[in-house]
Structure formats: C-alpha cells, structure tokens
Design a protein around this ligand. Structure first.
Ligand SMILES: [Zn+2]
Length: 123
C-alpha cells in the first residue's frame, strides 16, 4: 500500500510524537505519511493542515479555477439535492433527489447517491 503525504504546508512544524521520524541521532519532525487522510478530500491529516494550505494557497487556487464575480441563483435547473429517507431501516433505505423549488422527487440508486459526479442539475 502506498503512503500519502499530508499536503499541509506546516505539518512538519507541529511537533507531535508521531511526526518524529528517523534513526536515533537523526530524528526530525516530518510531514505525516498515511495510507489515507480524512480531511480535504484525503489530502490533509487534520483541519489545521487543511487551513494552513488554504491560508497559503487558497486565494491563488480560487483565482486559478475561477473566482465568482456575480452571485449564483437557485433555479429549477440547479435546485436538485440528494436526500436519504432516514425513517426506513438500513437495508431498505431510500435515496432520492428533491427539487427545492418545485418539490418534485425522483428516486436514486445508492450508487447514484454516492457518486459525487452524478447530478440532475444542469447549470
Ligand atoms: Zn498534516
């Protein structure tokens, strides 16, 4: 299994015991390395590291990928949101799309619910 490095720009400066690596006389605090991380789409070991990255690069990233220059508007075309009917038991849990403007509901499969790229929104 390959290990990932936390992308936090200051991860190595948080001198926790688990970051201290190396042979006896050459131990240094190092960026965390794990098979998976919970934060920032699996890129950061902690919210602190995610925030450090954003403080250093967030503005550049927004400018690179496109800064909003006008407010977005909720319309029928982009008002679909994924929902779960929690009142049913786990085996029969129902997944559906609900349009927040028209209140229309459409069934979803579990796979469609979990697929972050699957959407009914057109704009
Ligand atoms: Zn980190």
């Amino acid at each position: 299994m390959s290990l990932k490095l936390c992308q936090g720009t200051s991860c190595h400066t948080y001198n926790t015991k688990d970051r201290l690596k190396g042979t006896k006389e050459n131990k240094t605090f190092q960026t965390r390395r794990r098979s998976s991380f919970y934060y920032g789409n699996g890129n950061f070991c902690s919210l602190n590291c995610q925030n450090d990255w954003f403080n250093d690069f967030g503005t550049k990233a927004i400018d690179h990928f496109g800064r909003l220059t006008e407010p977005k508007h909720l319309t029928e075309e982009n008002a679909w949101s994924k929902r779960i009917n929690w009142s049913t038991d786990y085996q029969n849990r129902q997944y559906f799309y609900r349009n927040e403007i028209t209140k229309e509901q459409r069934p979803l499969t579990k796979e469609q619910y979990e697929d972050r790229n699957y959407t009914l929104n057109t704009i």
